[in-house]
Write a protein that binds this ligand. Sequence first.
Ligand SMILES: Cc1cc2nc3c(=O)[nH]c(=O)nc-3n(C[C@H](O)[C@H](O)[C@H](O)COP(=O)(O)OP(=O)(O)OC[C@H]3O[C@@H](n4cnc5c(N)ncnc54)[C@H](O)[C@@H]3O)c2cc1C
Length: 640
Amino acid sequence: MVKQVPDAADIRFDPITLNLIREGIPSIVNPFCLNALEEGLRLKERFGGTVTAVSMGPLQAQDGLREALAIGADRAVLASDREMAGADTLATSYTLWKTMQRIAENQPFDIILSGKVAIDGETGQVPPGIAVRFGIPIISNVTMIEEIDLESQAIVAKHRFDDGIETVRAPLPAVLTITEEANKPRKFTVEGMLKAKRMKVEVWDKNTMGADPDLLGLKGSPTIVKKVFPPPGRKQGEIFDGTADPRAAAKWLIQKLVSVRALGSSQAESLQTPVQITNPSTIVEMLGQPASKIENSEKFGEVWVFIEHLHGRPAQVGWELLGEGKRLASIYGTKLAALVIGNNVEHLAKDAFAYGADKVYMVDHEQLEDYRTQPYAVAMTQAVRKYRPEALLIGGTVRGRDLAGSAATFLETGLIADCTALDVDTESGTFMGTRPDYGGNLMSTIICPKHRPTMASVRPRVMKALPPSPDGDREIVRMHVDLRKQDLNTNVIEFVPIEKIGVRLEDAQVIVSGGRGLGSAKNFYLVEELARILNGQVGASRAAVRAGWIGFEHQVGQTGLTVRPRLYVAVGISGAIQHIVGIMNVDYIVAINRDPNAPIFKMADFGVVGDIFKVIPALIDELKSGGLAELAPWQKSSTP
Ligand SMILES: Cc1cc2nc3c(=O)[nH]c(=O)nc-3n(C[C@H](O)[C@H](O)[C@H](O)COP(=O)(O)OP(=O)(O)OC[C@H]3O[C@@H](n4cnc5c(N)ncnc54)[C@H](O)[C@@H]3O)c2cc1C
């Protein structure tokens, strides 16, 4: 699958209408689709066969397909019809499925490859939807295809979750989404371009593929965009020119960070005494939201939160969503319920109650020990069909996106991905999800007016968990799930947890990130030393990762991790939009850069203009000696 997207770096909007200005904005092939194409070409080189590039979009999308032909694809098909315009992910997966079904009539396929996400929408929902429609397995976020056995028609691949790397076996045909870790895409050659010029991109309308017009485009889309607006800017921070005196800059910075409690305080916060939560309006107030409520609450279903876990070890995002879910449920005047799916996961019900759930729906089944897309999606679908919640919140993790995309397709409902804010229109009771689009250049508020539940995913660390309250047991609804043999279509061979691979940037309270300004891999020691002293983790810009100075698992940004530490120190990082989108929710951003016009200073709460090779050693020195004495106790004790 090859998607044509506007180049995020050049995106501009009409300031009045907030429409995307298309003229003069270059379109590019979504970078992850190039990874998918590369993987397809490598498979063709190993096993023979053909590579067909498929896309949906306006006629201009032929350009992307022509590029795919120039790179090496054998055939290109574009689904293009006016009635396909305005499609959300459900309608898009329907259209692409119909297109590929039609192709497969004469040319059966073994693998459908797609990029892990498209950089304009970043939802990653279309490939799981296509897998569900074909009734074939999906392996999301593939970092390596280990083995393909054409005789037994099976594939073994490694894929990355937020908490580790899993090796999985699946029967073919299958859908795979490919990460940038998997390969380095080849570029097109002059001969390739000449060949592509002679080839034709096949353009198919709805009749060619036999599509139902009611399921295409806007008509077939459960979600609609209610409004678009520019992203909220951070207020301009304070800048210190440390060019002449780096030590003075270091002292200034430490004093500033201490004054706002950016050093030390968050640890103290996380250790605060649990509070008893009994009154929903108290919670609403705790979360800083107005306690407005809806009339007629009996006509609304419950608010559900999916509790993600790995073999019973919960991901923090579930508790964060319960915190937000509590607020939403109190607006609806309904119950907040946790949906727990797994094997031997009774203990998660207790945790869910402690984090605010009024009720737990429990699907406990021995076949649900490992997370596998299809059986989990089937369990979720059966639970939703039976109990009909109003809204279902899922963590925007790799696992969560994979599950949400599949379940939403089974349920034929709307899924709003990667929301940064959730709310309810108190007049109509409509659930609203707000999310960044076009690489964070624009915010969209999306609703799902006619389908239930509205599903929404939210990345980790965007919402805040309530402090846990050991409040005793509440209602547990145990549910049986019917799993057919064909639902158990993947086998987990191995899982290597992130602890073994190292780094959990998502959980860090302090991150010190290095960029191209460091100049070489060996200079990363400065970033590492500062991170060690601040009891933090090391992050990086994509430029540093691409240069091979540090591993991909450290990358922060659009194609890396979204982080939410208390303190983020950007060392020699310019502040490109693709980096910024990963640090939107950081409490305090510090930038150290010698260029006073670097965009990162527009985001930074505290900026030091100066040479990192002078400022960072001075900062380390000051923290180690006098400066550190001023910090909160946990900081001191964590420093040897
Ligand atoms: C599809 C796509 C996805 C992307 N995803 C990501 C992503 O997830 N994460 C990401 O980070 N980027 C991403 N990028 C890349 C992004 O556009 C930028 O190219 C990248 O962030 C730049 O990294 P940088 O700031 O380290 O390097 P540069 O932009 O080169 O900045 C280096 C900075 O260091 C400063 N500097 C140099 N020497 C010194 C010194 N001695 N002292 C002080 N300052 C110094 C310079 O003034 C400059 O501001 C993506 C791009 C695309 C197209």
